[in-house]
Design a protein around this ligand. Structure first.
Ligand SMILES: Nc1ncnc2c1ncn2[C@@H]1O[C@H](COP(=O)(O)OP(=O)(O)OP(=O)(O)O)[C@@H](O)[C@H]1O
Ligand SMILES: [Mg+2]
Length: 389
């Protein structure tokens, strides 16, 4: 089974450097590896010192690189999916011109990056796919998009019924939308299936790992905590944290004493948060790290001696359990405070809101006639009881 390892973190912390070091390390182990960048500001070509086009390019033995241009993917590889999205939007009375017009669905352009990753994964060519992402917020938008879009499709297009080629008159009346014709519908169905596959792939902790890159300083630590919490809110498996740019402890210069002590405090804080998650420390090098030799520095300082591609199934993740009076939905939400949590329900969903993020967790079909009868938040676990109401 192939592995997908996704690097995320605050801007400038070292995501691309770390992803590249892993890619090189993987190739040296003899595993066929692809490093993919979903960050529009690509720089893998600079790092590996090769000219990278819009398609897969080889860098060294066992290592290929791809800088995804979602526009190119949309036009050239996924025109059926483009049509599906276009048809969906036109039924909401919108037209698909450029990707910018899709900003109504933030993350729509990233969809085409994910579709490419799914295709590459399914081709089975690569043992490992290393993904270098844009900074935190965009990564989250990217990762939660399949769930968000499939939620909309399910709400507005009666997919179950579409499968039987019956269009629901109800949605026409309630949502005042013109359902697309049959041919278009089958594109939307195809898209829907891809979205479900993507969720299964990205949330499968045996396949996909999220790795957070951090630095021992206040702003980065705060963002890393939030990122960790949101990844858990959406049920992604964070199974590794890299603390980058650690100053050498043996500098004999007063100027650095204070900095070293600050760094020590934040390293301690990170270690106390990521108790179950492996943390890797990466030194601050005396020059920046472009080129293969720079990447090799990280590799030998931080990656050798570890099985960095091991699945660390540390996820306390989301589960629905049967209990005496109904069901219990459990959700691990590290670092969040109880007062920041907001929760309510609709007929079909349980809605959890933390800060700027909201997640709609659809009630499984069997639980549609259940309602929330109680909730508590203990040891960073949110427990929601659902009973037949
Ligand atoms: N441990 C380190 N020691 C010295 N320089 C480093 C270290 N880690 C990263 N750098 C340098 O810091 C700069 C930013 O690193 P990198 O591009 O990997 O970060 P990023 O998180 O991908 O940034 P962005 O958010 O812009 O994509 C680069 O010039 C890189 O060479
Ligand atoms: Mg980068």
């Amino acid at each position: 089974m192939g592995r997908i390892i996704i690097f995320t973190g605050k801007g400038g912390v070292g995501k691309t450097s770390m992803a590249s070091a892993h890619a090189l390390h993987s190739a040296k182990e003899g595993a066929k590896t692809l490093i993919v960048s979903t960050d529009m500001a690509h720089n893998l070509g600079d790092i590996f010192e090769v000219k990278v086009g819009k398609t897969i390019t080889q860098v060294v033995d066992n290592l290929d690189v791809l800088e995804i241009d979602p526009n190119y993917m949309m036009e050239n590889e996924f025109s059926d999916m483009r049509r599906a999205v276009s048809n969906m939007l036109s039924s909401f009375d919108m037209s698909l011109g450029t990707l910018e017009q899709l900003s109504i669905f933030p993350g729509m352009d990233e969809l085409f990056s994910l579709l490419k990753i799914l295709d590459v994964y399914e081709s089975g060519i690569y043992e490992r796919i290393i993904v270098d992402c844009a900074p935190t917020g965009e990564t989250l938008t990217l990762l939660k998009f399949p769930e968000l879009l499939s939620w909309y499709i399910e709400k507005f297009f009666p997919i179950g019924k579409v499968a039987m080629r019956i269009l629901s008159p109800v949605s026409k009346v309630i949502f005042k939308i013109e359902l697309p014709d049959k041919a278009a519908m089958s594109d939307i169905e195809k898209l829907f299936i891809k979205l479900i596959k993507l969720q299964e792939l990205l949330k499968n902790s045996r396949i996909t790992s999220i790795r957070l890159v951090a630095m021992p300083e206040k702003m980065v630590v705060e963002e890393t905590k939030r990122n960790y919490m949101y990844m858990n809110l959406f049920n992604f498996n964070v199974d590794g944290v890299y603390i980058n740019r650690i100053l050498p402890r043996d500098i004999d210069n007063e100027f650095f004493d204070e900095w070293i002590s600050i760094q020590n405090n934040y390293i301690e804080e990170l270690n106390s948060i990521f108790v179950d998650v492996p943390t890797y420390e990466v030194p601050w090098f005396d020059s920046d790290l472009s080129g293969l030799s720079g990447i090799e520095k990280i590799e030998s300082a931080a990656l050798s001696g570890w099985d960095v591609f091991k699945v660390n199934d540390v996820q306390k993740g989301e589960s629905f359990e049967t209990v005496k009076n109904g069901y219990l939905l459990k959700l691990y939400l590290p670092t969040v405070e109880k007062k920041a949590l907001d929760m309510h329900e609709s007929n079909t969903d349980i809605i959890i809101k933390i800060g700027n993020y909201k997640r709609n967790i659809p009630k499984p079909n069997a639980l549609r006639n259940h309602t929330i009868s109680g909730a508590k938040f203990e040891d960073q676990m949110l427990l929601i009881a659902l009973t037949k109401g």
